[in-house]
Design a protein around this ligand. Structure first.
Ligand code: NDP
Length: 243
């Protein structure tokens, strides 16, 4: 597999593992995040070590003007990505009744608006090529709903609806759109949980362990590949059987 992929939020965690996994398949990678420059450069270094082109780009995906600027920067530096992995995300924890307008906007802005802005910016080049792969990172909570994570669950459920609609809209253009729904994955996002909470989550996971970023990356690499051309509009769980 060749070509160029944009992996949003690939400075660390799941996004970094996806970038490296695609690089292993011979795909050039536009590495991206908002502020984590050190992490992004480390991902770039790991991708280049695998023999592909890689470069870091920075923008806030919740700002449509910044996403448009990102599109231009990637186009000038590396070309147009025909694989788009919308991975950048933030979570929030608390009762819905305690959630402020600002908190709702913060999570929706990154987790749902950001996916919309990136799809809108990068789909036209895929349509011109009559080939593309969109893989959106949702969450098992977007499928099942999580107590005290209503905003996050709503944003991630929105991503699933967007993905299914895009699969229908873009199928005739040779573009697939799928979502991957991770379970509990060991990244910085889960660092706020106590050891006891993580042990309990592990206990509830049928395969008997927590997920690693590479577990999610393997699912994404398949959906981004040439051989997944007849798979579209799907939500692939990478959750160890949790849901
Ligand atoms: P991390 O917090 O480890 O990494 C998040 C990445 O997203 C970073 O690169 C971060 O960069 C970037 N990012 C966050 N907000 C923005 C923004 N507004 N604009 C641009 N980049 C941004 O998270 P994970 O690796 O754990 O999660 C990756 C994805 O997987 C998310 O969508 C998450 O919701 C989803 N997920 C994670 C699960 C888990 O258990 N970890 C489970 C289910 C889903 P910067 O710091 O520079 O903003």
């Amino acid at each position: 597999m060749a070509g160029l992929a944009l992996v949003t939020g690939s400075s660390r965690g799941i996004g970094a593992a996806i970038a490296v996994s695609l690089a292993q398949e011979g795909v050039d990678v536009a590495v991206h995040c908002r502020t984590d420059r050190e992490g992004a450069e480390e991902t770039v270094r790991r991708c280049r070590a695998l023999g592909v082109r890689a470069q870091a780009f920075f923008c806030d995906v919740s700002d449509s003007a910044q996403v448009e600027r990102l599109r231009g920067e990637i186009h000038s530096a590396l070309g147009d990505p025909l694989v788009l992995v919308n991975n950048a995300g933030v979570d929030a924890f608390g009762l819905l009744t305690d959630t402020t307008d600002a908190e709702w906007r913060r999570v929706m802005g990154t987790d749902l608006d950001g996916v919309f802005y990136c799809c809108r910016a990068f789909i036209p080049a895929m349509v011109r090529e009559k080939w593309g792969r969109i893989v959106n990172i949702t969450s098992m909570w977007g499928v099942a709903g999580a107590s005290c994570e209503a905003v996050y669950s709503a944003a991630k459920a929105g991503v699933i609806g967007l993905t299914k609609a895009l699969a229908r809209e873009l199928g005739p253009s040779g573009i697939t759109a799928n979502a991957v729904a991770p379970g509990v994955i060991r990244t910085e996002m889960n660092a706020r949980h106590s050891a006891e909470t993580m042990a309990a989550l592990c206990e509830e996971t049928p395969v008997g362990r927590l997920g690693e970023p590479e577990d999610v990356a393997a699912a994404v690499s398949f959906l981004a590949s040439e051989r997944a051309g007849f798979v579209t509009g799907q939500v692939l769980g990478a959750d160890g059987g949790y849901i």
